[in-house]
Design a protein around this ligand. Structure first.
Ligand code: FE2
Length: 297
């Protein structure tokens, strides 16, 4: 099967049409799609109305899937699918995670072995809002002033998932018991150290690897020095629209992205009963990704 690729944004987003992934894709298409993905780390496959099993099987063509931590929100047909949704059951309980991705981040950078890719299927979009924003961290790094690069290259940052450890984020009021959850995770989960600039194992390009959501400090540096430096790095990250892309979803969009070289954030802007439902899989990083060393000057 041949497919068509059209650039959506010079910040690294492309659209793929003419590909039906319901039963997986052949080696030739997979090889071509991998090449496209290296050049364009945000890919949108249009018109993919997949069952959870079909989505999970296609995701597995890219590599082993991560186990989803929040079992209450996994899909009953396939536990590798995590439901992100603001839908509520008759008893008022949430069907899925309601505040997923509400600050800029790279998925699971707070874990020792972060995932390489995330795949989101738009099952139901709201009437308004629900966009997903991306920052291309290759491009942000390449445009960074040399003096600032020199201050972070070779350094590692501290990542943690607890929002209560991070002054740059707030906790959604929509999520019941979230403060208690994050407070207990301060102790349950240990901080993880990641290079601030990492070399992509497939492309060899260097990119920034920090985020306002999960990066809470710099390894071996006092906060008095580290926090202003992080602020400076984040200011640079947000200083230009040139490396930003906003995805406006259509039902049936299957969007996947490369967490090694992007930050992303859910845009919000919709309210129940205007519902948004996404099905998510995450593809594990593989040894080369976990072990990528801090870039040298
Ligand atoms: Fe995310």
């Amino acid at each position: 099967m041949s497919f068509t690729v059209k650039q959506l944004s010079p910040a690294g987003a492309s659209e793929v049409t003419g590909l039906d992934v319901r039963n997986g894709i052949g080696d030739e298409d997979m090889s071509r799609l991998r090449d496209v993905f290296r050049q364009s780390p945000i890919l949108c496959l249009r018109d993919q109305h997949l069952s959870p099993t079909q989505q999970a099987n296609f995701s597995r063509q890219w590599g082993p899937l991560e186990k989803q931590g929040k079992s209450d929100y996994c899909h009953p047909d396939d536990a590798d699918i995590l439901i992100l949704s603001n839908e509520r059951r008759a008893d008022g309980s949430q069907v899925g995670i309601v505040d997923a991705g509400d600050f800029w981040h790279s998925d699971s950078s707070h874990m020792e072995e972060p995932c390489q890719m995330t795949m989101l299927l738009a099952v139901k979009n709201p009437e308004k809002g629900g966009d997903t924003h991306f920052i291309n961290m290759y491009q942000a790094y390449e445009a960074m002033p040399e003096a600032l690069k020199a201050r972070i290259v070779g350094r590692s940052a501290v990542h943690h998932s607890s929002k209560t450890l991070n002054p740059r984020v707030t906790i959604s009021a929509e999520r019941a018991n979230a403060t208690e959850y994050y407070k207990s995770s301060e102790k349950m989960k240990k901080p993880v150290v990641q290079p601030m600039v990492r070399t992509h194992p497939a492309t060899g390009r260097q990119s920034l690897y920090v985020s306002p959501r999960f990066t809470i400090g710099i390894d071996g540096m006092d906060d008095a020095e580290a926090q202003p430096l992080l602020d400076e790095v984040f200011r640079h990250m947000f200083s230009s629209q040139a490396w930003r892309y906003t995805h406006k979803w259509k039902d049936g969009d299957l969007v996947f992205w490369d967490n090694a070289c992007l930050n992303h954030m859910a845009g919000g802007g919709y309210e129940y009963p205007d519902t948004r439902r996404m099905h998510r899989t995450t593809i594990a990083g593989g040894k080369a990704f976990y072990e990528s060393k801090p870039a040298k000057t």
